[in-house]
Design a protein around this ligand. Structure first.
Ligand code: ATP
Ligand code: MG
Length: 784
């Protein structure tokens, strides 16, 4: 903040507000210790039942390290000059380029999905082939410890590679990446999230995690991969590798890049589940603030091309060119007999409740584990060892289950060579072994489609329990890992159990199809854990190719979400909040309408004058971490005689990066070449260094130059969004959410600057739902 502005401030005294400035450690609405009755803020606190968070739970802190994306276009003189000069040809070229980039995103994402699938199939078949041969030999020779040790060693070794890639290569590649992409689409720059290195570690890491037998899926990571592809392709360069193809330079802005990333995420969903519409809805549900028609159309195109590419390439890999039956990495298979009766809907609803409860339990256990990890599993080698332990335990659990639960079923078809016989007689196969000895995707299909009577109750019960515990432990390990598959498997197992129960209870009933109940269980479990509704319904409908099940699936997802929300947050939101990311929800916090801009804003404000000295710019940029600065007239920073309530007449807003480029290019009025520089400077000079601008410390200026002045009027945004000091929090929230803003200046009736509001100021107001209670809390900003 400006050097002489940190003194006592009458405005603050009047309103009894203490703003959390750079220390950020105190709750920002701070009732004065004086007369409670006469204190408007105190009454506000009680009327809104705002609890001040004193506990040190990680999700009750917002981290200052995350910066926002700016979706608003800076309409400065340079931009307008560029726009005016645009010819029809250029406009068409740019629009065509947008479509071309969307196509390229779809194709590349589809190809990456194929690569992941191919590598997993290859590694898994080698692993299972070896272990299976040994088992079959050792059943007769009583040397079962050998294949067991081999299985454990295979798993631990393969997973070790994945964990090393993540822990030492790029920690951002861990997990599914969906929380990070959600944040990006919400408007927050998560460091390293869309880097090529992250993509490489993600792709190779997920192959290791799945092939290493962990309770993970490859679908979630596809969404992240699609997003990175989009960010890379649309920028026409890789800053990490220092390669610049000198194309698509006009897409080097937050707005364009975020649009393409939403297309990439959608293409990822499309390739993962064969669900292009689900992909579009995913991007809209998670990111878009408003329905942007042109963008939706392009996102849809990227999704379609992505499934198409995957389908075509898979048909060639499988040896049936152009037999397009593999639109996604996972395919739930056809439900031929897709009937359900009206009276089953209440049963499905109860399943939704069970899914919600189990999901809440899943998330709670995972939350506790994550907190434990944050505290005690910090070193990289510890993370690698933890992943190896879980991999070994997964193999052990599989082996023990098979050993003690020899559920033999007759082989229907002699050609089913992939079935594992284990301890069963000839002509039979072990269903337990089969669940563990194939890729999770095949297990999902089996649970959905195997004939009634294919599984024993104890097999499914034990499997549900073991997989539930393993999956809760696995999500959050230092490996790329998707959550969809584990949730579907757990849900399908207990769902099938429900079906079997009805079969026992009503032996005559033809509606009690275990496969159908397995699907409903999977939906319930997914809904309970991830709590997405719109896109998930469509994804399930598309992956089953079955519209009839749409309504029950939707009802189940909704109920599972409601029930789960009663206890805690969805797993993705939980991980977002644990990281302290200042994400903004869909709606403003309830109970916040009597909080006004004055209470939300930061005050005092660091401002620049329309003609500012180079020295003051440099010293403020060095001392302050802010990114947006109001540009004002009628303001004297050196006038110490007035006690300041306002900070000059608002003229516009300027961004830190713009100032740094101005200093770098020495656009100083006293410069002899000033007119020439002004004539030649282009909007692209500001885009060139996007997204990594040089820090202010790298700008060297002589003491003579420090006395020069910069005319900020040419470069500032002269018409940014401002807000009146009387605006309510919900109003400011909607402005930010709908327009994707980074900062807004608060002005009074006389157009004087009185405060600044950024995303973090809004994200601090959080609604907590706990055991049915709703309360609003103000969380603190941590600068750690
Ligand atoms: P971002 O981090 O999104 O790039 P930023 O660094 O400008 O933006 P935040 O990190 O969100 O802003 O803000 C931290 C705190 O600083 C907030 O409480 C915000 O209101 C305050 N702030 C931001 N800009 C100014 C400014 N020019 N003068 C005074 N306070 C500011
Ligand atoms: Mg900041």
């Amino acid at each position: 903040m400006a050097d002489d502005e940190s003194e006592r401030n009458p405005l603050l005294e009047k309103e009894q507000i203490q703003r959390p400035q750079s220390s950020g450690s105190s709750s920002s609405i701070n009732a004065s210790t004086g007369d409670v009755e006469s204190d408007p803020i105190q009454s506000l606190l009680s009327s809104n039942s705002i609890n001040r968070s004193e506990e040190s739970q990680p999700e009750k802190l917002l981290s200052a390290k995350f910066e926002s994306l700016d979706y608003d276009v800076c309409e400065n003189a340079l931009y307008l000059r560029e726009e005016k000069k645009k010819t029809t040809k250029e406009i068409i070229r740019k629009e065509l380029a947008r479509w071309f980039v969307s196509l390229a995103i779809g194709v590349c994402t589809g190809l990456i999905a194929c690569l992941i699938d191919y590598l997993i199939e290859l590694t898994s078949s080698i692993k299972y082939g070896y272990v299976r041969n040994y088992v079959e030999k050792c059943v007769e020779d009583f040397c079962l410890y050998a294949p067991f040790l081999m299985w454990v060693a295979f798993n631990a070794f393969i997973v070790m590679f994945g964990a090393i890639l993540v822990a030492y290569g790029e920690p951002m590649a861990a997990g599914s990446g969906i929380p990070q992409i959600k944040c990006y689409l919400n408007g927050i720059k998560i460091p390293h999230v869309v880097r090529i290195k992250t993509l490489i570690c993600k792709v190779l890491g997920v192959v290791c995690a799945v092939a290493g037998g962990l309770a993970v899926g490859k679908e979630g990571p596809m969404i992240h991969s699609g997003a990175v592809v989009a960010a890379g392709v649309s920028q026409g360069r890789s800053t990490s590798f220092g390669i610049d193809f000198k194309i698509f330079e006009y897409f080097r802005t937050d707005t364009e890049k975020r649009d393409f990333v939403s297309g990439g995420a959608a293409a990822g969903v499309a390739a993962a589940f064969g669900a292009p519409v689900g992909g579009v809805l995913f991007s809209l549900e998670e990111g878009a603030s408003f329905w942007n028609q042109a963008l939706t159309w392009r996102i849809f195109f990227a999704s379609m091309t992505s499934t198409f590419t995957l389908n075509v390439v898979q048909s060639y890999i499988k040896g049936n060119p152009w037999e397009l039956s593999n639109p996604g990495l996972i395919n739930f298979g056809e439900f031929e007999d897709s009937k359900y009766a009206g009276f089953e809907i209440p049963i499905f609803m109860v399943m939704g409740v069970i899914g919600g409860l189990l999901g809440a339990l899943f998330n709670q256990i995972n939350y506790m584990l994550t907190c434990y990890r944050l505290r005690y599993v910090k070193q990289r080698w510890n993370q690698v060892i933890e992943a190896m332990i879980v991999a070994s335990l997964t193999a052990t659990a599989g082996f023990v289950t098979i050993y003690f639960n020899n559920d033999c079923q007759p082989m229907k078809d002699k050609t089913q060579t992939n079935l594992v016989q284990f301890f069963c007689d000839d002509g039979q196969y072990s269903t337990t072994a089969n669940i563990f000895f194939q890729t999770p995707e095949s297990s999902v299909k089996d649970l959905f489609h195997n004939q009634p009577g294919s599984y024993e109750v104890k097999t499914l019960g034990f499997y549900t329990l073991v997989y539930f515990l393993l999956a809760t432990w696995t999500y959050g390990l230092s490996v790329p890992s998707g959550l969809f598959i584990p949730c579907i498997l757990i849900g399908a197992a207990w769902g099938r159990l429900t079906g079997i129960f009805f079969n026992y209870a009503f032996p005559e009933a033809d509606w009690a199809d275990p496969g159908k109940y397995a699907l409903m269980g999977a939906a319930a479990m997914l809904g309970g854990v991830v709590r997405m509704t719109i896109s998930l319904t469509v994804i399930i409908v598309e992956a089953t190719g079955n519209i009839s099940y749409g309504l029950p699936v939707m009802i189940i997802l909704m109920i599972a979400k409601w029930v789960g929300d009663f206890f805690n947050e969805g797993i993705y939101d939980m991980h977002v909040h644990i990281q302290g990311v200042p994400i903004l929800g869909w709606e403003p916090p309830v109970m916040s309408s009597n909080i006004s801009a004055i209470e939300v804003m930061s005050h005092p404000v660091t401002v620049f004058r329309t003609k500012e000295t180079v020295g003051r710019i440099v010293s403020i940029l060095k001392a302050d971490e802010h990114h947006g600065f109001p540009v004002v007239s009628n303001f004297d920073p050196h006038d110490g005689t007035i006690s300041r309530e306002t900070f000059g007449t608002f003229e516009g807003i300027i961004i830190r990066e713009q100032l740094i480029i101005l200093l770098k290019l020495k656009v100083f009025e006293e410069n002899p070449d000033y007119q020439l520089i002004l004539k030649n400077i282009k909007a692209s000079d500001f885009r060139d260094t996007y997204p990594r601008f040089p820090p202010i410390q790298q700008i060297n200026l002589t003491s003579q130059e420090r006395d020069m002045t910069v005319d900020l009027t040419v470069f500032m945004n002269p018409a940014p969004f401002t807000i009146s000091d009387r605006a309510s929090l919900p109003r400011i929230f909607r402005l930010f959410r709908a327009l994707g803003l980074r900062h807004v200046t608060v002005i009074d009736d006389k157009h004087q600057v009185i405060g600044m509001v950024t995303r973090k100021d809004l994200a601090r107001y959080k609604i907590w739902r706990h055991h049915g209670q709703i309360s609003m809390e103000e969380i603190q900003i941590s600068h750690g």
